[in-house]
Design a protein around this ligand. Structure first.
Ligand SMILES: *Cc1c(COP(=O)(O)O)cnc(C)c1O
Length: 497
């Protein structure tokens, strides 16, 4: 098989193997690693349609992670995906009202991030071995709520690693916070910051780019890596479920092989939808990609106008994992529509970091025609949850509802009847208050945990283990700091001089 190397979006001369890209996370120049070319699916859909999720995962991942051997990849996939998911098929495709719902939330932290973060630690420790790295890997992560817990669950007690997570203390749901602060594992450290997610992400990026800090870390036997969605080790596993979804659409007789489908994705950091975009480039018959935003609609405005402008108020919404004004993975799309012009991409990203704004050319804007962008405000999100429940007794979470709202509005306006798959990124059990109150105002007096049981009674499905466990879990992480103190907190935890 032909090897694929990865280069930086800010320097085409930087070339590394897949395992090196996974180890590093971010390129040394601050750019993101992208594959030199997108491989084509080499297994016919009829065969994929008969495969289990782990089998499809192997067929997709082998095309990108070409410096891992077949044995390594199969072992990694088996370790990551065996016995961790509470649905027999791992990922379930639910036929709903005028849409198919791809339930990506059956993993240990009930958000789609488990799909990649259960496997990333194994990809990373294998990469360390492969590249002769003997230092302890310190995973440094900013989270808007779901990445943090999913990364913690993936890395907890993985030998040769430590994991540090920063989350916005006042920007996550009660269930999300409980999930994090009760995390076990001697190698885990969690801190709330008083700023928002973008502050957390900027603080983390600054530490990654701090050469002096890196030197002190190295002296103590540590090196940073990233579990954020910019890591190739997250991007690649996320492509798998779009290929799987298409194969399942064929297997279920919903489409004929070759028919196009649309995909709708509730979007924050642009990682999940970028994976769908890669799946399309691999030859999967995908027509439109719906990029759905909440009221932090910086992406919607970008797709409409060609201007990316983060200078705007940050809105705390009921879909906190999408409360983001700097969508890091968009850089990979910018690089592509710039014709892989690294200097152009670098200049735009520099403008973003200096002024919070950049504008793409008309020529670049025209290359975005695969995307349909939309956004849903608070009232529309609530309406989507309620409507889906009333139409088909199916309950979706607030994030999925944003995508549902955007899609259904599009469908009404355009009468495009192409079968559409909506990525369900979190279980409704993760946001019980918002979900219950969208459906009925009768339960407003209940605590979030009581609402979990109300939800379970209404849906007649058992409370996921991930939530049940929280009832008696002990809070073991209590650190809260200011944004400016993040580095100090890291230094103290690692015992750096
Ligand atoms: C992270 C997350 C998103 C956003 O995904 P991106 O890859 O950052 O665009 C959407 N919904 C949920 C529930 C999430 O956890």
């Amino acid at each position: 098989m032909e090897k694929i190397l990865y280069r930086s979006t800010r320097d085409n001369q930087t070339k590394v193997t897949a395992s090196q890209a996974i180890l590093k996370g971010l390129a040394p120049d601050g750019g993101l690693y992208v594959p030199e070319r997108i491989p084509q699916l080499d297994v016919p859909v009829e065969r994929l349609a008969g495969m289990t999720y782990p089998e499809v995962a192997y067929e997709v991942m082998k095309l990108y992670l070409t410096d891992y051997t077949e044995e390594e990849l199969k072992e990694i996939i088996s370790k990551a995906y065996t016995g961790k998911f509470d649905h027999a098929d791992m990922v379930h495709l639910h036929k709903g009202y005028h849409a198919f719902y791809l339930e990506l939330y059956h993993g240990p932290t009930i958000a789609f991030k488990d799909m990649a973060l259960q496997i990333l630690p194994h990809l990373m420790t294998a990469a360390a071995k492969k590249n002769g790295v003997t230092k302890e890997i310190v995973i440094l992560t900013a989270t808007s709520g779901d990445t943090g817990k999913a990364a913690l669950a993936g890395f907890a007690d993985v030998p040769g690693t430590k994991i540090i997570v920063f989350y916005p203390k006042y920007g996550v749901s009660a269930v999300q916070e409980m999930q994090m602060v009760t995390q076990r594992g001697a190698n885990t450290f969690i801190a709330g910051i008083t700023g928002n997610f973008d502050d957390a992400q900027s603080g983390v990026k600054a530490m990654f780019n701090n050469k002096e800090l890196a030197e002190r870390m190295a002296r103590e036997g540590y090196q940073f890596s990233s579990a954020n969605s910019i890591n190739v080790g997250r991007l690649v596993p996320q492509i798998v479920y779009y290929v799987y979804a298409y194969a399942q659409m064929v297997a279920g007789g919903h489409i004929a092989n070759g028919d196009p489908i649309n995909i709708a994705v509730p979007t924050g950091n642009f990682g999940n939808i970028l994976a769908a975009c890669y799946a399309k480039k691999m030859g999967l018959p995908i027509a439109k990609l719906f990029c759905a935003s909440n009221e932090n609609k910086v992406l919607y405005d970008f797709f409409q106008t060609g201007i990316y402008d983060k200078n705007r108020p940050f809105v705390v919404t009921s879909s906190p994992s999408m409360d983001i004004l700097i969508s890091s993975n968009l850089e990979r799309l910018i690089y592509e529509i710039a014709g892989e012009d690294d200097a152009k991409c670098k200049a735009l990203m520099q403008q973003l970091s200096e002024t919070g704004r950049y504008e793409i050319t008309e020529e670049m804007h025209e290359k975005l025609s695969d995307f349909v962008s939309g956004y849903a405000d608070q009232a529309e999100t609530i309406k989507a949850i309620k409507g889906t429940y009333e139409n088909s007794h199916y309950i979706i979470d607030t994030h999925t509802a944003v995508a549902g709202s955007v899609y259904h509005r599009y469908r009404k306006e355009t009468e495009d009847k192409t079968k559409t798959v909506i990525a369900c990124t979190a279980s409704p059990f993760k946001f019980p208050r918002s979900v219950i109150l969208a459906i009925s105002s009768d339960y407003g007096y209940q605590s979030d945990m009581e609402m979990v049981y109300t939800l379970s009674d209404n849906m007649r499905i058992p409370v996921p283990r991930a939530v049940e466990e929280l009832r008696n879990a002990e809070i073991v992480h209590r650190t809260v700091c200011e944004t400016q103190e993040m580095q100090k907190v890291v230094e103290e935890y690692l015992g750096l001089a």
